[in-house]
Write a protein that binds this ligand. Structure first.
Ligand SMILES: Cc1ncc(COP(=O)(O)O)c(C=O)c1O
Length: 431
């Protein structure tokens, strides 16, 4: 079958609600290149939404999964335990920020991890309300959609949503919610959390604040360095837990194991997924022992969570990141992308902002640099053309006007540069 035949079959077998950015079908993938069923190579600047940080088919990961498949593929950890689950939990406990005793359990997806973090936070505090952020994304299950901010395409038509969820603006400096400028603003937007206790919900009712340290889906929005520390301090003053959603920003993507480390903030609970399993579905909920251990035996769990194949993949991922220096590599990759994006910003007025942290780098498109009116149409056209030109890519932003790079951290310089050349040539085509 070729791509168009498969696309035709897909339209008869898969609902249109499942997004289909481009009509290409993968045959194989190695490191940062995906080859489609017609033999065409694509540079992978999306890594399956930030999952393949160690590259496609890393031999160590393949070996670990093969070995596990030949031993056993499932027992359900709650019924019959196995070492890889415990070892992976240990590893996350050690590497997530916070010099305190921790516990970790595993589920299958990012959304499921967020759901469970909320469950545990409510259980441990005896409180019901959750505060999330504008432009935040936490998944597509019912509770996580309630936490997610972006309406189109995620929330439109899927309500009603869970109660006791409140939302405040994030520190989106390019579009400051207070119309101020950093650093003169003194990071005043953190006080909007305090403000919410007067105008939205009593602090005594709030179990947790959930934040992405760098907003992913929102468009790689990086808060000022002091922002998360201020949020944590307000939480502590009111006995509120801080949940860091590190599903996209964690596991080395920003040049540290977890993005919160950049600002010395230790959240009470950290959720991980995506790159943790390098393509095998796994997500972790890691948190302070005194919080995680409050839940009674049997109160948390799932059939597949922490599946042995996925745990072995997770252990391989930690080894690969450590042994191949991928935290340092994330910084180099990020710098290379940022330099090229800044050069594009100097040339094309439509590039309103270039921002990021480590290897999370994005460009935001605007119709006018003064008004900053979002250029969603340009974002979509650019992305489609990039696919045509051989780059698998991913957009972001509430107004679909951001392009973000989530390439494998193992990408070779030559592949990265080729992809960035194509991005520049494509910009010239669509501008
Ligand atoms: C920050 C963040 N949280 C949660 C999720 C949901 O993860 P999943 O798609 O694995 O349910 C995502 C997915 O993109 C994410 O980026």
């Amino acid at each position: 079958m070729n791509n168009s035949e498969l696309q035709q079959l897909r339209s008869q077998a898969v609902p249109r609600g499942v997004s289909a950015t481009a009509p290409i079908y993968a045959a194989r993938a190695r490191n940062a290149v995906i080859t489609d069923i017609e033999g065409r190579d694509y540079i992978d600047f999306a890594a399956g939404i930030g999952v393949m940080s160690v590259g496609h088919c890393h031999p160590k990961m393949v070996e670990a999964v093969k070995d596990q498949a030949e031993s056993f593929s499932h027992t359900c950890f709650g019924l019959t335990g196995y070492e890889s689950y415990v070892r992976l939990a240990e590893r996350l406990n050690r590497l997530t920020p916070g010099d305190f005793e921790k516990r970790t359990f595993f589920v299958n997806s990012g959304a499921e991890a967020v759901e469970n973090a909320i469950k545990v936070a409510r259980y441990a505090t005896g409180r019901r309300s959750i505060i999330a952020f504008e432009d935040g994304f936490h998944g597509r299950t019912h509770m996580t959609l309630s936490l997610t901010s972006q309406v189109d395409p995620y929330k439109v038509g899927f309500g009603p949503y869970a109660s006791d969820v409140y939302r405040i603006p994030y520190a989106y400096c390019y579009r400051c919610p207070l119309a101020l400028t950093y650093p003169a603003c003194g990071c005043e937007c953190a006080a909007l959390l305090q403000n919410a206790f007067d105008k939205q919900v009593s602090a005594d009712d709030v179990a947790a604040v959930i934040a992405e340290p760098v907003q992913g889906e929102g468009g790689f929005i990086v808060p000022p360095p002091e922002y998360m520390g201020k949020i944590k301090k307000i939480c502590e003053e009111h006995g509120i837990l801080l949940i860091a959603d590190e599903i996209q920003s964690g596991m080395g993507r920003t040049g540290r194991w977890f993005a919160m480390e950049h600002w010395g903030v230790a959240p009470d609970i950290v959720v991980t997924a995506k790159a943790l399993g390098a393509g095998l579905p796994i997500a972790g909920v890691t948190g302070r022992r005194d919080i995680l251990d409050t839940v009674h035996p049997g109160g948390i769990g799932t059939t597949f969570g922490g599946n042995p194949l996925a745990c072995r993949a997770g252990l391989a991922v930690f080894d690969i990141i450590e042994n191949e220096g991928l935290l340092e590599r994330a910084m180099t990759v990020g710098e290379r992308i940022r330099n090229r994006f800044e050069a594009m910003q100097a040339r094309y007025p439509a590039v309103g902002d270039v921002r990021g942290l480590g290897a999370m780098v994005a460009m935001e498109f605007v119709k006018d640099r003064e008004t900053k009116e979002p250029a969603g149409d340009l974002g979509k056209a650019y992305r489609a053309k990039l696919y045509e030109n051989g780059v698998v890519n991913i957009g972001a932003g509430t107004y679909h006007n951001v392009i973000r790079i989530l390439t494998p951290l193992t990408v070779e310089d030559s592949t990265l540069d080729r992809g960035l050349d194509i991005m520049e040539q494509t910009m010239a085509q669509v501008s």
